[in-house]
Design a protein around this ligand. Structure first.
Ligand SMILES: [Zn+2]
Length: 192
């Protein structure tokens, strides 16, 4: 059955073969996420040109309307906590005037797997669904960023009612990360 679905998703230009989740995979959700994450990747250059990136996140409401879209800003805003996911959560909470996003049933889309800090940030925010592009292993391999240790986070999120889908539109995501590295942009890991 999965093979047949993959075939049709391939026709619609969505590669589902690598997608992982902590729920039974819903192909409509994957298709929507693939479109949004691809769009975020296409926006990357406008952010990296300004010293942000190479990660972008967007939060959508349950009517699939955009709430906020931001890149990470560690380098240009001098803050190691300013990852794309943290910036998106801060912007959404500020816009909605609340510290608790749960009643809004929001979905976070991000170009790469959240690091250990962002997993904590997402857990505290009340975000209900998370969709990410490039997995941490690939991010670390391509860029040298240390994404941290994240034991059983899919299961831990499931226990807390947070749905996760990963490895969406990874080809374009890996390509954008390679570009960032090849252009000699800042790999902002702390010196050890
Ligand atoms: Zn992070």
């Amino acid at each position: 059955m999965k093979k047949i679905l993959n075939f049709f998703m391939h026709i619609f230009n969505v590669d589902c073969s690598k997608v992982i989740s902590n729920e039974k995979i819903d192909y409509e959700k994957v298709k929507t996420a693939s479109n949004i994450i691809t769009e975020l990747q296409n926006d990357m250059k406008s952010y990296t040109d300004k010293g942000s990136g190479p990660f972008v996140a967007a939060i959508y409401n349950d009517k699939n309307e955009l709430v906020v879209k931001v890149a990470n800003s560690v380098v240009n805003e001098h803050c190691s906590n300013n990852h794309a996911e943290m910036n998106a959560i801060k912007a959404a909470e500020s816009k909605l005037g609340t510290f608790d996003l749960a009643p809004y049933n929001l979905k976070l889309y991000v170009t790469a797997e959240p690091c250990m800090m962002c997993i904590g940030g997402i857990m505290w925010s009340g975000i209900k669904e998370v969709y990410y592009g490039v997995p941490s292993k690939s991010v670390e391999k391509i860029t040298g960023f240390d994404e941290g240790f994240k034991p059983n986070w899919f299961e831990e999120f499931k226990k807390r009612g947070i749905t996760v889908y990963g490895n969406i539109a990874t080809d374009i995501g890996e390509e954008e990360l390679r570009k960032y590295v090849n252009e000699g942009k800042n790999i902002y890991t702390p010196s050890r």
